[in-house]
Design a protein around this ligand. Structure first.
Ligand SMILES: [Zn+2]
Length: 257
């Protein structure tokens, strides 16, 4: 039992043992996808690892890129598997950044920003929140794609949850306003049809050869079954589901306390 507890705390996946909470009310979002697909719209994608953006949002990112969006990917770690002492961290970092750069080119994103936090050990601490705040203030996105920290899938990677928390804390702090699309959610209230983009999505996911190459069939089947489930939300064969919120402020200026 002690061994199991120690192992559970060492490995980076989290399970909601007492049952996964769901939102009390989860009304469908009225986000019109045509509102997103605009030339020049600024979209920031905040993820934990190289490969997350393709895995969770490869379809919508291709659509945004083709529509002429300016898309800035921010990756909190280099995916160097810092928590495995038997891995070559420097080589992992080089390979995975290379894969992420190539995948981002395919969906026409700007060169990715890598923040270099510890893979598998990300904390939603001041350093990460400040780094994200800086990127949000610099880029001024109209749309943020981030992880769902409140209603994540279970099990899910602890880094995804922490980066999701830090993203929301960072935009709260900078009083950002816009559309928030939360990925890897168990409570999607909006979905983007990727039926015609399945081939594109498969190709970009598989750019991450070092992660998915050896288990290609399993990974594609997993992504496809999730896309079928998310498709049910909008009557599409395949879709990417998100928990969407329009973030607004009563007053855009800083309040005095
Ligand atoms: Zn990840």
């Amino acid at each position: 039992m002690g061994g199991f507890v120690a192992f559970y705390h060492w490995q980076p996946w989290e399970v909601d043992w007492l049952g996964a909470l769901m939102p009390e009310a989860n009304p469908r979002s009225d986000l019109d996808s045509a509102e997103l697909m605009k030339t020049g719209i600024r979209v920031m994608v905040v993820v934990a690892h190289p490969d997350d953006s393709e895995f969770y949002a490869g379809g919508i990112l291709h659509a945004l890129g083709e529509a002429g969006a300016r898309i800035q990917l921010v990756v909190a770690t280099d995916g160097d598997k810092d928590y495995y002492w038997f891995e070559d961290h420097e080589e992992n970092s080089l390979i995975r950044r290379g894969e992420q750069d190539r995948a981002t080119d395919l969906w026409r994103g700007l060169p990715p920003i890598y923040l270099g936090f510890a893979d598998g050990r990300v904390r939603s601490n001041l350093a990460l929140r400040r780094a994200l705040e800086r990127e949000i203030q610099r880029f001024e996105p109209a749309v943020i794609l981030g992880f769902d920290a409140e209603f994540p899938r279970s099990p899910s990677h602890q880094d995804h949850r922490r980066v999701g928390q830090a993203t929301e804390a960072a935009f709260e702090e900078s009083r950002w306003q816009g559309w928030l699309l939360r990925m890897e959610t168990r409570a999607p209230n909006w979905a983007f049809d990727i039926t015609s983009r399945w081939d594109q999505k498969q190709k970009t996911v598989m750019v991450h050869e070092s992660q998915f190459g050896p288990k290609r069939e399993f990974i594609l089947e997993l992504i496809r079954s999730r896309a079928e489930k998310d498709g049910e939300l909008i009557g599409a064969a395949l879709a990417e589901g998100f928990r969407v919120t329009r973030v607004t402020r009563r007053s855009a200026s800083k309040q005095a306390y």
